[in-house]
Design a protein around this ligand. Structure first.
Ligand SMILES: [Zn+2]
Length: 263
C-alpha cells in the first residue's frame, strides 16, 4: 500500500514573511492539518515515568491548543506498548502515540521528536507520534512559575511545556526560529514553563490552519489545494526535533541533520 517516500528534517529554512510562524507543508507545498478529530494516545508506562500530574499536564497542553483550533476536536486516551511509527501503511495501526524512550535513537541533544505523516492527495495529517528522550533528560511536572526556590525540582524538563510544543508539531506547525517567546521556538532550557501558553503568533498559525473548512480546500481562493491525483501515491513523513539548549545559550540554527535522524 502507500509507502513513505520522503523523510526530512522539517525546520531547516527560516521564514521570510512578516509573521514569524511557519506551517508544515507537504512535498506539494500544501499546509497539512487534521480533519475533525485528533486522538492522542499516551503510553501508560511513560505516564508513570513522567511522575505525578503527568496526565493532567498532557490534558492541559491539549486544552491550551484546543482554544486555538476551532474545527478539530482534540482528545486523549491511554494505551500500552505504543511505538513510534516510521512507516505508515495498512500493516501499521495509526495510533497517534506519545511515548518515552529509554533507548533514544535520535540526536541525543533532542529533548523530543515528533514524526508526522500526511496524505499527499488530501493534505490531511494521518499519523503523528511524539517521542520523549528519557535516556538523556529528566522530565517532571513543575509549578506554573517554574522550578521552586528550594531546588527540589532542579534539572527537570516540564512535561506540559514540552508537550505543548510537540503537539503544536502534531497539529501541523513548524518551528518558529524568529521568536524565542513562541511555543514553537526550536529551543528550550531546563525548567522552562512559558511554552505552556500559546502566544498570539502561535494562535495565528493554528487559526490559519483550522479556521478554514476542510472541504473548501486550502485558504482563501482555495489555492488549488483540493486537486487530487487519483489515489494515494505516498505519504510524507516529517521529523521534527526539538533541540534542548543546555546551558541557556542559543543553539546554532539551522542544525545540521544527523544521520540517525534521517532514516
Ligand atoms: Zn520542535
Amino acid at each position: 500500500m502507500a509507502r513513505l517516500h520522503s523523510l526530512f528534517l522539517a525546520a531547516l529554512t527560516l521564514g521570510t514573511s512578516a509573521q514569524a510562524y511557519e506551517l508544515k507543508h507537504d512535498s506539494g507545498g500544501h499546509p497539512v492539518r487534521w480533519r475533525e478529530t485528533l486522538v492522542i494516545t499516551v503510553d501508560e508506562a511513560t505516564l508513570a515515568r513522567l511522575g505525578p500530574g503527568a496526565t493532567s499536564a498532557l490534558d492541559a497542553a491539549l486544552a491550551q491548543l484546543q482554544t486555538a483550533c476551532t474545527t478539530v476536536t482534540l482528545r486523549r486516551e491511554t494505551g500500552r506498548h505504543l511505538r513510534i511509527s516510521h512507516e505508515v501503511d495498512d500493516e501499521h495501526p495509526r495510533v497517534n502515540a506519545v511515548v518515552g524512550l529509554d533507548d533514544w535513537p535520535y540526536d541525543p541533544k533532542a529533548l523530543a521528536v515528533t514524526v508526522v505523516a500526511s496524505d499527499p492527495t488530501t493534505h490531511e495529517l494521518v499519523d503523528a507520534d511524539v517521542a520523549l528522550n528519557l535516556q538523556h533528560f529528566r522530565f517532571g511536572v513543575l509549578p506554573p512559575s517554574g522550578p521552586p526556590a528550594d531546588h527540589s525540582l532542579d534539572g527537570l524538563d516540564d512535561v506540559q511545556n514540552t508537550l505543548t510544543h510537540e503537539l503544536g508539531h502534531v497539529l501541523g506547525l513548524e518551528h518558529n526560529p524568529l521568536d524565542q517567546a513562541s511555543v514553537m521556538f526550536p529551543g528550550t532550557s531546563t525548567g522552562e514553563v512559558h511554552k505552556r501558553t500559546l502566544t498570539a503568533d502561535d494562535r495565528k498559525a493554528l487559526g490559519l490552519l483550522y479556521d478554514w473548512p476542510f472541504d473548501q480546500g486550502w485558504g482563501p481562493g482555495g489555492a488549488g489545494c483540493s486537486a487530487g491525483t487519483g489515489g494515494p501515491v505516498g505519504l510524507l513523513l516529517a521529523m521534527l526535533l526539538w533541540l534542548a539548549r543546555r546551558p541557556r545559550v542559543l543553539a546554532p540554527w539551522p542544525s545540521p541533520p544527523r544521520s540517525t535522524t534521517s532514516r
